[in-house]
Structures are given as structure tokens and as C-alpha cells.
Design a protein around this ligand. Structure first.
Ligand code: IPD
Length: 272
């Protein structure tokens, strides 16, 4: 369906994203098929029947209103589209947590126009949290505005990352040395297991920064907008020429510690 001028604030896209995330949240909470698990790229990369049911429900909602838009999604509805109107969907971010009953898992839905995310919804059903952002209109948690933290000093910052496990993140030993340095210089580094929610936590000021490589567009698209709309910065790694949604390499911070994080990571992992 062709957008009309009244859609300029992406209100219909937001409505569809929120309704789709809400329906998917019900599917995650029901856990019907959570024990039907397959390995994708090895023992630490799983998909369950719930991932598939969630993605099917989200895709159906999107197609019912925007049949001409592309859907770029983790499991099977994917089209490798990197331009034009598209929806970038992770039906469960943090599938490993979901399988183990760890509550740090979410649904991530972004609407992306030619260049950047314009709408982002991250819903964490086991935490009772729904984050949303619309380009130019701020970021919200359960309807309340959120802001990034005001922590100024690297040594007082709390960070998050994801550890290499799929063989797509370079040399694990190098990455662990980077994590060891950041742990020793800051208040600490968390590894909770859902990139979209890590980004939402930066947006909500619960984390001061987040860094990871080897991600997919659906892991980061909605979260990037949350961080930006909450007053933070989300970039690629230093020297990258493509945006993080294309490279899967992301640094996201409250803005104040961004330079310091950039200088730290580049010493370990070179530009693409
Ligand atoms: C994973 C999570 C995890 C990150 C992985 C992602 P998935 O997403 O976001 O935190 O470290 O790289 O693949 O596979 O659970 O959707």
C-alpha cells in the first residue's frame, strides 16, 4: 500500500509494528513448541517452533497492511533487501535464553525506509517491557519517555557485549582480551544474550555502552533507533564504511563515552 502524506510520522507503521509485537509476545509467553529445537549454525545457534510461529504472525500482520513492503527476517520470510521500504524482524532475539527459560529475550521489529530505521519496537514479554521509537519523536518504555544515561567517565560506565560463538566474529581469544580490558577499566561488562534488548537498555540509561560484532540486521535495526531517539549514538566500528545495520558491527553509547569506546575496540579488531 502506498503511504499517504498523513503517514509522514509513520503512525501506521508504528501501529502495525506494535500490534505484531504484541501478538508475537503472546506466542512467546505460551511457549507452545519451545522444546522443538533445531541447530542452525552449530550448538549455540538455535531455532524453535516458537521462533517460526512468531515470525509467521509478524509477517502476516505486516503483509495485511503493507503488502508491497519487503520483509527481512531471521528465520524464513527473509528477502535480502538493503534498500527501499522494508521491515527488519527478529521473531525472538535471545533464542538461547528463551530455550533455557532465561527472561532476557525479545521480539524486535523495525520499519526501515531507504537509509535508516524510522520505527522500532522491542518487546520483552518475560520482563513486561515494550520499547518503541519513531524517528524524530523520541524513545519510550511502556509509554514513558526514556533517555540515555549521563555517565561521563569511562571508569564509571557499565557496558554490555555479546561473545563470539558462531565463527563469524573473528578470533575469540582477541575478543576475550578486549572484554578483559574493558572489564578491568570500567564498572563491568554484561553479556545478557539479546542484542536488541542490550540496545534498548542503553536507550533506557541502564547501560552506558554496548559493543558487538557478527550481528545481523534484525538484531540491531530497532535498537539503533531506540538509542538515537533516546539521545545516544549508534555507529559502526571505527573505520567501517557501511552502517552497522549492514555490517553487524556496532558501538552504541550514551554519547559521552563513545570516543573512548571507539579507541578501545579498534586496538583489538581492525576496520573491515
Ligand atoms: C543473538 C543475540 C545475541 C548475539 C547473537 C545474536 P538470536 O540473536 O542477539 O545476543 O550475541 O549474535 O545472534 O540468534 O537469538 O536472534
Amino acid at each position: 500500500m502506498t503511504p499517504t502524506p498523513s503517514d509522514k510520522h509513520w503512525s501506521r507503521e508504528l501501529e502495525v509494528a506494535r500490534a505484531a509485537a504484541e501478538e508475537a509476545a503472546g506466542i512467546l509467553l505460551a511457549r507452545d513448541g519451545a522444546d522443538e529445537i533445531r541447530e542452525k549454525e552449530g550448538r549455540a545457534d538455535l531455532v524453535t517452533r516458537v521462533d517460526e510461529a512468531s515470525e509467521r504472525a509478524i509477517a502476516a500482520r505486516i503483509r495485511a497492511t503493507f503488502p508491497d513492503d519487503a520483509i527481512v527476517a531471521e528465520e524464513f520470510s527473509g528477502e535480502a533487501r538493503s534498500a527501499g521500504r522494508r521491515w527488519v524482524v527478529d521473531p525472538i532475539d535471545g533464542t538461547m535464553n528463551f530455550v533455557h527459560g532465561h527472561p532476557f529475550a525479545c521480539i524486535s521489529i523495525a520499519f526501515v525506509d531507504d537509509d535508516n530505521p524510522a520505527v522500532g519496537v522491542v518487546q520483552a514479554p518475560f520482563l513486561g517491557e515494550v520499547y518503541h521509537a519513531v524517528r524524530g519523536s523520541g524513545a519510550y518504555l511502556n509509554g514513558e519517555p526514556i533517555r540515555v544515561s549521563s555517565v561521563e567517565h569511562w571508569s564509571h560506565s557499565l557496558l554490555a557485549t555479546g561473545f563470539p560463538f558462531k565463527g563469524t566474529k573473528g578470533d575469540p581469544e582477541t575478543y576475550f582480551r578486549l572484554v578483559a580490558q574493558t572489564v578491568s577499566e570500567t564498572h563491568g561488562v554484561r553479556r545478557a544474550g539479546a542484542a536488541a534488548l542490550d540496545l534498548a537498555y542503553v536507550a533506557a540509561g541502564r547501560l552506558d555502552g554496548y559493543f558487538e560484532i557478527g550481528l545481523s540486521p534484525w538484531d540491531v535495526a530497532a535498537g539503533i533507533l531506540l538509542v538515537q531517539e533516546a539521545g545516544g549514538i549508534a555507529t559502526g566500528w571505527p573505520g567501517d564504511h557501511q552502517p552497522p545495520i549492514d555490517t553487524g558491527r556496532i558501538l552504541a553509547t550514551n554519547g559521552r563515552i563513545h570516543d573512548r569506546l571507539s579507541r578501545t575496540v579498534v586496538g583489538y579488531i581492525p576496520p573491515l
